[in-house]
Design a protein. Structure first.
Ligand SMILES: *[C@@H]1O[C@H](CO)[C@@H](O)[C@H](O)[C@H]1NC(C)=O
Ligand SMILES: *[C@@H]1O[C@H](CO)[C@@H](O)[C@H](O)[C@H]1NC(C)=O
Length: 314
């Protein structure tokens, strides 16, 4: 009898004093970070990167390390800002989609992942001021709804310079943005800028007969920053984002060797459930363009056109 009384009191107490928000916070501290479907599974991410991203040891390592450190921090001091650089078809967009897939329980369908493309969202130079206001409101609105939002900016090298600076208050450590918890967000910038210097370093390693896995961030980082900041077409031109070192990690993507393209072809064929002969794979490879023209070391288009070629040839 006494026990029953005690149980009822406990239930009444909990119902009365713990509001639903606190219950869900409690739930989330058990199931780490379930805020707006945010359920990072970094082991799965690592596995999938190893299985399906070819030739990008540096990019994979840097992204996994940075994201791991970021999501394991309960209250980060600033949002995570990644900038992906490299040649067409080297896997920048692909890697970003795999990252998103393993951050949320419903992957890329999660409504808190936002993609921005200059051609789609910011097409007209005369509207820059309007775009800036829109972008600021979108970011703020979305962060108010979900502090664990991800913002992906594609083709930064086609973004009108000036627009992106409205993000500065959201990216730094010391800014107060109208009470939103913007520090848990992840920003990813993608561009081909810096691709030339990355390719040159990769080529030098190849000519010196050094392993491409020996290429480290320190061989590339400052050259990429300089290349980006000196490109007047790039969205980061004269931007305070580069200037104030608001980017946490510069992520270089290396140009791909024919052996990597072969892996892409095989994977694509498996995905499309097509049977393939070695001869056909070889003829797809022979049909691609390589550079430098005389040595033919790297593919000019990477794995970009592989999918359509596979469905055409096989
Ligand atoms: C979130 O961002 C999208 C653009 O990706 C925008 O259309 C939408 O209005 C934003 N939501 C809020 C609440 O601001
Ligand atoms: C940042 O920008 C200011 C002016 O916009 C410039 O004077 C300064 O040298 C820049 N700093 C860096 C590190 O580029």
């Amino acid at each position: 009898m006494a026990a029953d009384w005690w149980q009822i009191t406990l239930v009444v107490l909990i119902a009365g004093f713990v509001n639903p928000w606190e219950l869900s916070a409690l739930h989330c501290s058990f199931y780490n970070f379930c805020e707006c479907g945010f359920r990072p599974n970094l082991n799965a991410l690592e596995c999938e990167l190893a299985r399906s991203v070819f030739g990008q040891h540096l990019a994979c390592d840097l992204v996994v390390k940075a994201v791991k450190q970021f999501v394991e921090t309960d209250s980060p001091t600033k949002p995570l800002v990644l900038s992906f650089h490299g040649w067409t078809g080297s896997g920048k967009t692909f890697l970003s989609s795999l990252l998103v897939k393993h951050l949320y329980k419903d992957g890329t369908r999660n409504p808190h992942v936002h993609y921005f493309s200059p051609i789609l969202h910011f097409a007209h130079a005369q509207n820059v001021e309007l775009y800036k206001e829109d972008l600021r409101q979108w970011i703020q609105g979305n962060l108010t709804q979900c502090s664990r939002s991800v913002f992906v900016f594609e083709e930064m090298d086609k973004m009108h310079p000036g627009i992106i600076d409205v993000l500065v208050p959201f990216l730094g450590p010391s800014w107060v943005v109208y009470g939103t918890n913007y520090r848990k967000a992840i920003f990813i910038f993608i561009s081909n800028a810096g691709g030339d210097v990355i390719n040159q370093v990769a080529l030098d390693f190849w000519r010196d007969r050094k392993d491409r896995e020996e290429i480290q961030l320190r061989h590339l980082q400052s050259a990429i920053s300089i290349a980006v900041m000196s490109t007047p077409e790039h969205g980061f031109w004269k931007s305070q984002i580069m200037n104030q070192s608001l980017i946490d990690v510069i992520v270089p993507f290396l140009p791909l060797r024919p052996s990597h393209i072969r892996q892409c072809i095989q994977k694509e064929a498996e995905q499309q459930e097509l049977e393939y002969e070695e001869d056909t794979v070889q003829s797809i490879l022979n049909n691609l363009v390589y550079f430098p023209e005389d040595e033919k070391v790297f593919s000019s288009t990477g794995c970009k056109t592989v999918s359509s070629r596979v469905s055409y040839f096989l």
